[in-house]
Design a binder for this molecule. Structure first.
Ligand code: FAD
Ligand code: FO1
Length: 476
């Protein structure tokens, strides 16, 4: 009924879709009403959660500033309030005499519970709540196996995903049909993330819809063609798109990415270039894969995908965890990656794999502690992707790397940071060490005595055997 009816006033509730272009719910709210109220609610339940950190709060705040400006340029006005969303929405809907609240769906356990509360509170005051698929191309139970089951292995999932048509981006929001009454008040946006309890100790990752477009343009115009190899070199800041924070907060949508990727692929002039495009598409499919794992198997947010691995007996020491967090393990590639994360909120995918394997399989510390630390620090921290990545590395997940696949941090470093450029950028103590020793400075004690760089806190070969024994114990 709601679908065909045209309403007077609809609230579009922004959560992690902070853009005016290619936004399903916003577009629907606009076309189905005379007045759309763009709304954001500061939610203390999220802001005070233990896995939320300054990098993301600052990114969110800057993206909201840019969203507010973009809306204003179109004659719309962003309304910001603070409190429990179900209370704030019910109040605003009554105040503005809105008939409905529209939002784009999110699949995290908290979102789902929150949205049920919102629907009930709105229902109690006669306001409808409608949600839309937007952040993924295919959600929940749309890509299924031949027997109607949920895929738990990536390769067949991605094959089924690729067989389907790519959706077109939605139209950009148009100019407001009528201005919002001045009586509808809004809180000003805080000046800094510190005002929301999250002081940022480093530079801001470029945020907002325009920054997302700049990153996408730069990547699909050139770098995507070399992605097959370019994606594996952490010292190259442009080898991957760096769009993950934008996908995470919806300052750009995957439909727009796929459209631009399709155009780039048609311009490719070699098999290698087409391969680069196809591999990049696979990464976007990984994102969807983990989103549908989280929604169909929500227990992964609390434990191993394969429950037998909840019995693993992690024996790593607390001081090893502290050394890992601080980038002081004595393994240069691990330490450089962790220092980069701490100083910027960002870490390259190859390094995320290296440090997560190292924490779980060398330091024998639970993947869940690493998962939490990443969520606190990452600017793109996303429950589904982060959990999927950690469980992959720990070997406890869906497409898990088998438990006996254990990266050797030194060979990873020699392969993917051959000249030590990345390591030197983050570990000034190793600046004078020659290239052929930079990944194993302990082999020449002179290098260690010059700076204050530590010896390795564990021996990889010894820990590898311990790790195998730990996993075998629960596999019976
Ligand atoms: P590109 O290489 O340009 O890829 C394009 C997009 O595809 C990314 O922006 C991202 O949205 C998606 N993508 C790429 N790889 C993956 C992947 N393996 N899983 C899911 N989506 C992927 N990604 C997050 O977005 N948030 C996280 O919290 C997160 N935590 C991770 C933790 C671990 C332990 C590991 C191993 C990986 C994690 N990833 C996470 C996946 C991946 O590392 C990042 O998406 C990627 O580094 C982002 O860089 P980019 O935007 O330049 O990626
Ligand atoms: N969404 C909100 O609607 N309000 C917030 O105050 C808010 C803060 C926030 C902080 C860090 C972060 O990573 C995400 C944040 N989000 C916020 C977005 C959040 O991911 C979505 O609301 C999800 O739907 C929650 O599950």
């Amino acid at each position: 009924m709601l679908r065909s009816a045209r309403l007077r006033t609809i609230i579009h509730w922004f959560r992690r879709d902070l853009r005016v272009s290619d936004n399903t719910s916003l577009h629907e709210a606009f076309t189905r009403s005379q007045t759309v109220i763009p709304f954001f609610c500061w939610d203390d339940a999220i802001l005070r959660a233990p896995d939320v950190g300054a990098a993301r709060v600052a990114f969110l705040l800057q993206s909201l500033e840019s969203l507010a400006r973009n809306l204003e340029a179109l004659g719309h006005r962003l309304i910001v309030r603070r409190g429990a969303p179900h209370e704030q929405l019910a109040l605003l809907a009554q105040e503005a005499k809105a008939e409905a609240v529209f939002a784009n769906r999110d699949y995290e356990p908290y979102s789902r519970e929150r949205d049920v509360r919102v629907q009930q509170a709105l229902g109690a005051v006669g306001v409808q709540f409608q949600s839309f698929k937007d952040s993924v191309v295919w959600e929940e139970r749309e890509v299924l196996t031949g027997t109607g089951g949920v895929y738990t292995v990536f390769t067949p999932y991605s094959k089924a995903w690729r067989l389907r048509a790519r959706p077109e981006p939605r139209p950009r929001l148009a100019a407001a049909k009528s201005p919002l009454p001045a009586t509808i008040s809004s809180l000003p946006l805080p000046a800094a993330s510190a005002d929301l309890g999250h002081p940022l100790g480093h530079e801001l990752f470029p945020a907002g819809e325009k920054a997302a477009k700049v990153a996408l343009d730069a990547f699909v115009e050139r770098k995507v063609f070399g992605y097959a190899t370019g994606r594996d070199h952490p010292a190259d800041d442009t080898g991957t798109s760096r769009l993950s924070p934008h996908l995470r907060f919806g300052t750009i949508n995957v439909r727009t990415l796929l459209k631009r990727l399709g155009e780039a692929r048609s311009r490719a002039t070699s098999e290698d270039e087409r391969r680069g495009c196809d591999i990049w598409e696979s990464e976007l499919i990984w994102r969807e894969f983990y989103a549908q794992i989280l929604v169909n198997h929500p227990h992964v947010a609390k434990g191993a995908f394969r429950p037998e691995y909840d019995r693993l007996e992690w024996s790593g020491r607390e001081e090893w965890f502290q050394a890992w967090c601080a980038g002081m393990t004595g393994y240069p590639i691990v330490d450089a990656a962790m220092r980069c994360l701490n100083a910027t909120g960002w870490m390259h995918n190859r390094l995320r794999m290296v440090v997560s394997m190292f924490l779980t399989k060398d330091l024998l510390i639970s993947w869940q502690r690493g998962e939490r630390y990443f969520m606190q620090r990452l600017v793109d921290g996303d429950l589904a992707a982060n959990n999927g990545g950690w469980q992959w590395s720990a070997g406890t997940g869906t497409d898990a790397a088998p438990y006996f696949r254990i990266f050797n941090p030194t060979s990873q470093a020699e392969k993917f940071d051959a000249d030590g450029r990345f390591v030197r950028r983050w570990i000034p103590e190793l600046s004078g060490v020659p290239d052929d020793a930079v990944h194993e400075p302990w082999k020449n004690p002179l290098w260690l005595s010059r700076g204050r760089y530590p010896r390795p806190i564990v021996d990889h070969a010894v820990q590898r055997e311990r790790c195998l024994a730990m996993y075998k114990a629960v596999r019976g």
